[in-house]
Design a protein around this ligand. Structure first.
Ligand code: NCD
Length: 318
C-alpha cells in the first residue's frame, strides 16, 4: 500500500501510485456496494464528523453513507453561512470538535485554503470535501474511477473540461489528477470563465466547443457557479447554452464513444441539454454518483489505517 498521507486535502500533492491505490481499493468497495449486505468494518469504533459550511447534497450524503457502511459513528453538522462570519469561527469550531475526539473530519468550506488551515489544528484525519475554488479531491477521484471503468484505462485519453473553469474546484482537482496520470487535458470556456493563468497549467485552452471537443474521449461539463460570481460573466443563459451548452450537435465533434460527465448539481438547458444528460449510452453521470460512495469509503479506510499506525507510533506521517 502506497498511500501514506495523514489528510486528504487535495490532489496536487498526491503521487500517481497513491491515486492508483485509492482507486483500486474503491473498486472493491464498488463491488461491496452492489451486494445485498453492504457492510465493512474498516471504520468500526471510529467517529466521523461531517462539517459542511456550504450547501451540499450528494457529497455530504455520500460521505455519510460511506462512513456508515464502514461502521463509523457519523455525525453531520450543517453550518450555514451565519456561522462563518469570521475566520476565527472555523478554528474555534474545529477546536470544539477536536475535544470530542473525532477520528475523521470531513470539511467543506467556501474559502480556498480553509480546510488545510483546519487540518493543522486537529488530531484527526481531515478530508477536504471542497474548499472555495481550490480543490475537491474526492470528486476528481470518483471522476477518475468512473473514467477508468468506462474506458478501461486512465492514461492517454483526451479529456475536455468545459464551462465555468474559473470558479471550479472540480476543474482544478481534475486537472491535477488527469495530468499526473498522463492524459491530455483541454479546457473549453468563454474568456470570462477561463482563468488567465490556465495556459501555464499544462493544458490546452480553447474558446470554442467544436474545436475543444474534437476527438475527445471524455467530455466533462461544469455547472455555472453563480454563487461565486460577483458580476455578469455571461451575456444570458440562453446565449451561453447556444455557445457552450453541451447538445448533440457539439457532442458529435467528440469521438463516437466519448462519455459525458457532470459533477452535479446540473443546470439542464444551461450547460447541458437534458436529453444528453439522460442518454444512458453516453452519460455516466449516475455512475459518478455511484463511484462517489466507493471512493469515499476507500479514502476514509486508507486514512484510518494511517491514523491508527500513527497513533501506535509506527513512524511519522507526512
Ligand atoms: C461540485 C462542488 O460542490 O464543487 N459539486 C459536487 O461536489 N457534487 C460542483 C458544483 O457545485 O458545481
Amino acid at each position: 500500500m502506497s498511500f501514506r498521507a495523514r489528510h486528504l486535502l487535495g490532489i496536487e500533492h498526491l503521487a500517481p501510485d497513491e491515486i492508483t491505490t485509492i482507486l483500486d481499493l474503491a473498486e472493491s468497495y464498488a463491488e461491496l456496494n452492489r451486494s445485498d449486505i453492504k457492510h465493512g468494518d474498516a471504520l468500526k469504533g471510529l467517529t466521523q464528523i461531517n462539517m459542511f459550511f456550504e450547501a451540499s447534497t450528494r457529497t455530504q450524503a455520500s460521505f455519510e453513507l460511506a462512513g456508515k457502511r464502514l461502521g463509523a459513528d457519523v455525525m453531520n453538522m450543517a453550518l450555514g453561512a451565519s456561522s462563518l462570519k469570521k475566520g476565527e469561527t472555523l478554528i474555534d469550531t474545529a477546536l470544539t470538535l477536536n475535544a470530542m475526539h473525532p477520528d475523521l473530519l470531513v470539511v467543506r468550506h467556501p474559502h480556498s485554503g480553509a480546510v488545510s488551515l483546519l487540518s493543522q489544528k486537529v488530531n484527526c484525519a481531515v478530508l477536504n470535501a471542497g474548499d472555495g475554488r481550490h480543490e475537491h479531491p474526492t470528486q476528481a477521484l470518483l471522476d477518475a474511477l468512473t473514467i477508468r471503468r468506462a474506458k478501461g484505462r486512465l492514461h492517454r485519453l483526451t479529456v475536455a473540461i468545459c464551462g465555468d473553469i474559473a470558479h471550479s474546484r472540480v476543474a482544478r482537482s481534475n486537472i491535477h489528477l488527469l495530468g499526473k496520470m498522463e492524459n491530455r487535458v483541454r479546457l473549453v470556456a468563454p474568456p470570462t470563465l477561463m482563468p488567465s493563468q490556465a495556459s501555464e497549467w499544462g493544458v490546452e485552452v480553447y474558446g470554442s466547443m467544436d474545436e475543444g471537443l474534437k476527438d475527445a474521449d471524455v467530455v466533462m461539463m461544469l455547472r455555472l457557479q453563480k454563487e461565486r460570481m460577483d458580476g455578469a460573466f455571461i451575456p444570458s443563459e440562453r446565449e451561453y447554452f447556444h455557445r457552450f451548452g453541451l447538445d448533440a450537435e457539439k457532442l458529435a465533434h467528440a469521438k463516437p464513444d466519448a462519455i459525458v460527465m457532470h459533477p452535479g448539481p446540473m443546470n439542464r438547458g444551461v450547460e447541458i441539454d437534458g436529453t444528453i444528460a439522460d442518454d444512458i449510452n453516453r452519460s455516466v453521470i449516475q455512475d459518478q454518483v455511484e463511484m462517489g460512495v466507493a471512493v469515499r469509503m476507500a479514502a476514509m479506510d486508507l486514512l484510518a489505517r494511517n491514523l491508527k499506525a500513527a497513533r501506535a507510533g509506527e513512524g511519522v506521517l507526512v
